[in-house]
Structures are given as structure tokens and as C-alpha cells.
Ligand binder design. Structure first.
Ligand code: ADP
Ligand code: MG
Length: 665
């Protein structure tokens, strides 16, 4: 769908008329009127009655019908929060939790964080007064650690259940269990119109309450041939991640600039998980008369967020998915075709306010034959280390017989147990060790947790906490605008220090700290201020937890060996050794490559530990650190044998970086 300029002008101007109209309407209505206009509104009394009569209720309703924003308010209005009891509502995505909480606080007329708040990892926007709490499913899961029967909740809503995230699936099992001995607890399982029978069946035939949706027809168009470059095509556009979205937004803006006054103003707005919240809020702000809005989104806009006034949807048919190899234990993110269920959800977004159109940038044949019916639940394609550690801390020892809606593959479960054993979190009987208990206290993955705890022994927790925080903000530290690539790359090069990317991150943070956390400093050094601010928040929270797990925070005083040893103690699973043409992982001999952005890309040290693997054109290791193979025996003697770590060759391999850089494009 590559449009000529004239075509595009026609195409967008008709969109403009329609959006302008609905926008004007929306502005006229007061918040209460908007609330009353939502499909769920006429069912308020029936719904409350059903909730009163049943302990567990499955609620099915088209996206945008008001499940997430309205139902908790109905509950508040009818006193479910009496006596300081809380209503909790889980969301699989942090962005959704924040944005929905903000909206509801506004509707209720309270300040966000007071009666209505949200809680996501490393960010708690609630207070003593909070009675309605939106949170990520992972956060509610962690609440079981401090309150195993969720005694402070009168209602728990597991929202977006159809997403079947790992944490939501685990919540199903735990909540079903506690509901048995907490007859006063109400459980609502809310889902878009997918799979509700299965939820009902899992919850012992709980009744399903259906909210009839209002949907306008959506015409669906396919391409005649597969689209090679979907970023070129053109407004809700579904892309797979931050990088693609940024590229697409730049492209759109560039085109608009070239068209100049030939078209009216086009607001190009991105939305993805790591987008700062003030930018997120923009997608909901009214479009000024005479202008149009294009929202470029990941699948977050599929069901979690409803943006009013969308008439056109462009669906390239891909999403980024975690995939897990249960044999090797390797996890990576891969761009894959989305499922038919996702594609239909995406198309549905075009028909909320008026008849719409959905342009699918793939063939009808591909839709029928190449896409899966529905997305495989996350529990079947991810590393389970994190939840296994959590369940063990909750005293659930028999994981094989845990009440899973869809059980994870047996080997994945076994591998998770093995990994936790290797990390020292479990003993040979599979019981939680003291170390394991302390690891579970930190809201991070077991390997990161272990790294932090190991920093105690190596007396470098100051540095390791910083590294952990910087790793948590996930590849958004360096700013690289297209028009200043050379400057940005030079600035980045200036941060390079020996040891590897972890040390570079530490260096960036330390310099920023010395600048007095300056915005100007970030600007001058092509560092993203927001990401740094977030890293600082994360660091503060982690440091706060050190007290609880009795780790003394001290510095290695410039010695980088202990720091790298602590990283090794957590990530020894992720060791790769230089071999012909690239690296090979030590245990499984899988070929992997240093990411061209890495500070060690040219250096090619013999032994590396990587933070994560990302599959683009091939398996790239992102964030790598150079280690000495003897450290592996020191930190994981039960995992590595001397023999495995012998060097087969003594000289360094020839470099091959030029090619890899090209392939990455
Ligand atoms: P559901 O959960 O059934 O998909 P929601 O409760 O999320 O539906 O949405 C109901 C309405 O609230 C939609 O019209 C949506 O546009 C609006 N809404 C939700 N979040 C926001 C927000 N942050 N700002 C403005 N409107 C919002
Ligand atoms: Mg919702």
C-alpha cells in the first residue's frame, strides 16, 4: 500500500472529516455523558447483581466497551471498597496500567495516586487512601509474597485475560486456590471476545457475562502480493517495537514536510511500552480541528488501550514475540507473523466510532494459511525461572501438579529448576535455600538477582546496583537521531572503557551523577535523559531493598574485576567463547554474534558473557562483558567442568565485523 501523493491526500482528507466530527462530539459531552455512552453502561445493574450472586464471574466484551475503566467504578460506587478494602485490577502491560488509572482518576475526579492509583514494577503510585488499584499482573503476583490470601482485597479483576501472559496464567492458578477459602473475595476475569469458554471451564464453570458490543462494519483489504517493506506503507499502524515505530514516525513526518501545505497538519504519535508517560498521554488528547492523527503502535493498542476516533487500521501482520528453546534454555525476541485472532482484533479497532477500513499488508492466502489461529500462551514459550522461584517462595513445591490452565512444557519446568539449582536458589531436593529466599525478594529475574547478591561477596554493590538499574532500562540510553548519527556515535565512543558494555553503562551513569544528574549533560552527550531518570529511580528502589536482604552497599573503588565477577556469578549461563566466524555458547555450541553496537564488537575477546540475545538477521548478544574463564569455576563450580573451559586455540580469531554490520543494516 504505497500511495501516490494525490491518492494520499484524498485518503487522509476523508479520514480527517470523520475524525474531526467524532472529536467535536466527544468534546461536547461531559465525562459523565461519555461514561453513559459506553456499551457496558446499560448493563450496570445486571452486572452488579451477577457479581453479587457469583464468586467468580467471567466478563466478555468487545475492546472499548468499558470493562477496564467502568466496572471498577461500578464496584466502588456500590461499596465494594467499604471498610478500606481494595479493588485490584491487573493489566498485562505497564503502559495500560498507568494510562487507565490516569483516566479513571480523572473520571472519578480524584488525584492519581490517591483513591485511584497504579502499581507497576519500580513505580508505586498508590497511597494509604488508594481503594482502586490498577497494576501489572506481575505486581499482583508479587503481592502474594507479603499477603498470601490477598486479605486486603474485596475484588480482584484479572483483566485482559485473553492475552494469556505468563503472570496472568499463574494468577489464575493462585487466585482459584485462594478463592476456595476466601468466600468473600470476588474474582472477575475480563476478556475481549476470545476464549471465554475456556476461562469459564477453568474456573469450575463460572458463568460468563456478555456485554454486547457495538461495532461498525470494517472493510478489509489485502495486498495482492506480500509486502516487502511494510514501513513504507501508511491511522492506526501496528508495528512490532520501538525501533520500527520511531523509524516509521520519522518517515511519516518527513513525507508530510515534503508535502508542505498540500495536506493539513498530521499528528504522528507513537505508543509502545517504554515510551515516557507524558508522551503516552498524547495519543488520547483531542485532535485539533483541521488536523489528523496517526497513531503508530505495537500490539499494545490491539486490546489494552482504546484510542477513540480511529477509522483506518494498517496491519503489516507482525509482532515481536518471545521464543524459548527449552533444550538450550535460550530465550530470544523474534519478529513473527501475528495470529489470526490478533489480526482480527487489530481490524476491529477501525470500527468503533464509524464504519472503517483495515488494510492488511499481506495476502488473503497468508492470512488463511500462514498465520496461526491464536497466539501460543506465553507460559509455553518462555523461561520459567522467575515464576518458579516465586512459587517456591510461596511454599508451592509441587509445580508439576500446579493448577495451570495450559501447563508449560515439562522440559521447560525442569530446566527452570536446574537453572535455579545452578544459581544456588534451590538445594538438591528442589527446596528454596536462604539465598533463594533473598533472591525472591528482589523484583527482577533470578540471574540479575543473583548478580546483585553476589556483589555483596565481591564488595562492589554500589557499582552492580547501577549496572542492574541501567540494564533494566533496556537499550534506550543512547540517543541516535538520524540527522546527527556521526556526532551521536562519537559521543557514545567517548564512554567506552575497558571490560565491556556493562562497564560502559556504569561509566555513563557515574558521569551523569557527577554532572549533578544534569539534563544539559545528557543533551550534550546524546544520552536519553528520561531513561537515565528511570535508571536512577530503579537504582534507588533496588538500593532500598538491600537493607531488607541485608546486603551492605559498598564500592570496589575502581577495581573492575570484582564487578565482572559478580556479573559472572549471575549470568554464567550466558557464556560464549570465540570460535570461527563468531561465538559459540559454551554448553550448547550455538552460534551467536556480538551486536555491532557493543563496545566489544571490534575487540572480540575470547570469553564473553552476554545479558540477552536478540534475533534480527541472526542471534545477536546484546550487552556483553569480557570475562576470564577461570572465574566460571569460581562462581559456578557445580555447573562448569574444567574441561569445558579449556581453550582450544591460543590465538585470537580474525575479525569479521564489517559484514555483520552490513547485514544488520
Ligand atoms: P475495555 O476495557 O472494554 O476495552 P476501556 O474501559 O478501556 O474498554 O475503554 C472505555 C473508554 O474509555 C474508551 O472509549 C476509551 O477510549 C476511553 N479511555 C480509556 N483510557 C483512556 C485514556 N487514558 N484517555 C482517554 N480515554 C480513555
Ligand atoms: Mg480493557
Amino acid at each position: 500500500l504505497i500511495l501516490e501523493e494525490d491518492e494520499m491526500i484524498n485518503f487522509v482528507s476523508s479520514a480527517q472529516e470523520q475524525t474531526a466530527l467524532s472529536q467535536a462530539e466527544v468534546q461536547k459531552q461531559s465525562i459523565q455523558e461519555v461514561r453513559r455512552s459506553l456499551p457496558v453502561f446499560p448493563y450496570r445493574e445486571d452486572l452488579l447483581l451477577a457479581i453479587q450472586q457469583h464468586q467468580i464471574l467471567v466478563i466478555e466484551g468487545e475492546t472499548g466497551s468499558g470493562k477496564t475503566t467502568q466496572i471498577p467504578q461500578f464496584l466502588m460506587e456500590s461499596g465494594y471498597n467499604d471498610g478500606g478494602m481494595k479493588i485490584g485490577c491487573t493489566q498485562p502491560r505497564r503502559v495500560a496500567a498507568m494510562s487507565v488509572a490516569a483516566r479513571v482518576a480523572q473520571e472519578v475526579g480524584v488525584k492519581l495516586g490517591n483513591e485511584v492509583g497504579y502499581s507497576i514494577r519500580f513505580e508505586d503510585c498508590t497511597s494509604e487512601r488508594t481503594v482502586l488499584k490498577y497494576m501489572t499482573d506481575g505486581m499482583l503476583l508479587r503481592e502474594f509474597l507479603t499477603e498470601p490470601d490477598l486479605a486486603s482485597y474485596s475484588v480482584v479483576i484479572i483483566d485482559e485475560a485473553h492475552e494469556r501472559t505468563l503472570h496472568t496464567d499463574i494468577l489464575f492458578g493462585l487466585i482459584k486456590d485462594i478463592a476456595r477459602f476466601r468466600p468473600d473475595l470476588k474474582v472477575l476475569v475480563a476478556s475481549a471476545t476470545l476464549d471465554t469458554e475456556r476461562f469459564s471451564c477453568f474456573f469450575d464453570d463460572a458463568p460468563v457475562f456478555r456485554i454486547p458490543g457495538r461495532r461498525f462494519p470494517v472493510d478489509i483489504f489485502y495486498t495482492k502480493a506480500p509486502e516487502a517493506d511494510y514501513l513504507e506503507a501508511y491511522c492506526l499502524v501496528f508495528l512490532t517495537g520501538q525501533e520500527e515505530i520511531e523509524t516509521c514516525c520519522e518517515l511519516l513526518q518527513e513525507r508530510c514536510r515534503r508535502l508542505g501545505s498540500k495536506i493539513s497538519e498530521l499528528l504522528v504519535l507513537p505508543i509502545y511500552a517504554n515510551l515516557p508517560s507524558d508522551m503516552q498521554a498524547k495519543i488520547f488528547s483531542p485532535t485539533p480541528p483541521g488536523s489528523r492523527k496517526v497513531v503508530v503502535a505495537t500490539n499494545i493498542a490491539e486490546t489494552s488501550l482504546t484510542i477513540d476516533g480511529i477509522i483506518y487500521v494498517i496491519d503489516p501482520g507482525f509482532c515481536k514475540q518471545k521464543s524459548y528453546n527449552a533444550r538450550t534454555g535460550m530465550e530470544s525476541l523474534i519478529v513473527t507473523p501475528c495470529s489470526r485472532a490478533s489480526a482480527n482484533q487489530r481490524a476491529g479497532r477501525a470500527g468503533r466510532v464509524a464504519a472503517g477500513k483495515c488494510f492488511r499488508l499481506y495476502t488473503a492466502w497468508a492470512f488463511k494459511h500462514e498465520m496461526e489461529e491464536s497466539t501460543v500462551p506465553e507460559i509455553q514459550r518462555t523461561n520459567l525461572g522467575n515464576v518458579v522461584l516465586l512459587l517456591k517462595s510461596l511454599g508451592i513445591n509441587d509445580l508439576i501438579h500446579f493448577d495451570f490452565m495450559d501447563p508449560p512444557p515439562h522440559e521447560t519446568l525442569v530446566l527452570a529448576l536446574e537453572q535455579l539449582y545452578a544459581l544456588g536458589a534451590l538445594n538438591h531436593l528442589g527446596e528454596l535455600t536462604k539465598l533463594g529466599r533473598r533472591m525472591a525478594e528482589l523484583p527482577v529475574d533470578p540471574m540479575l538477582s543473583k548478580m546483585i547478591l553476589a556483589s555483596e561477596q565481591y564488595k562492589c554493590s554500589e557499582e552492580v546496583l547501577t549496572i542492574a538499574a541501567m540494564l533494566s532500562v533496556n537499550n534506550s540510553i543512547f540517543y541516535r537521531p538520524k540527522d546527527k548519527v556521526v556526532h551521536a556515535d562519537n559521543a557514545r565512543q567517548n564512554f567506552v572503557v575497558p571490560g565491556g558494555d556493562h562497564m560502559v553503562l556504569l561509566n555513563v551513569y557515574t558521569q551523569w551523577l557527577e554532572s549533578g544528574y544534569s539534563t544539559q549533560w545528557c543533551y550534550e552527550n546524546f544520552i536519553q535523559f528520561r531513561s537515565m531518570k528511570r535508571a536512577r529511580d530503579v537504582r534507588e528502589q533496588l538500593e532500598g531493598l538491600m537493607d531488607r536482604i541485608e546486603v551492605e552497599v559498598c564500592s570496589s573503588g575502581g577495581d573492575i574485576v570484582p564487578i565482572r565477577k559478580a556479573v559472572t556469578a549471575g549470568y554464567f549461563y550466558h557464556t560464549a567463547r570465540l570460535s570461527k566466524g563468531g561465538y559459540k555458547t559454551v554448553k550448547h555450541q550455538q552460534t551467536v554474534y556480538v551486536h555491532p553496537n557493543s563496545s566489544l564488537f571490534e575487540e572480540q575477546p575470547r570469553w564473553l558473557i552476554y545479558h540477552e540475545l536478540v534475533f534480527t538477521t541472526k542471534e545477536f548478544m546484546r550487552q556483553v562483558i569480557e570475562i576470564d574463564s577461570s572465574w566460571l569455576l569460581e562462581v559456578a563450580p557445580h555447573y562448569y567442568k574444567n574441561k569445558e573451559l579449556e581453550d582450544s586455540s591460543s590465538k585470537k580469531m580474525p575479525r569479521k565485523q564489517g559484514k555483520a554490520k552490513e547485514e544488520l543494516g
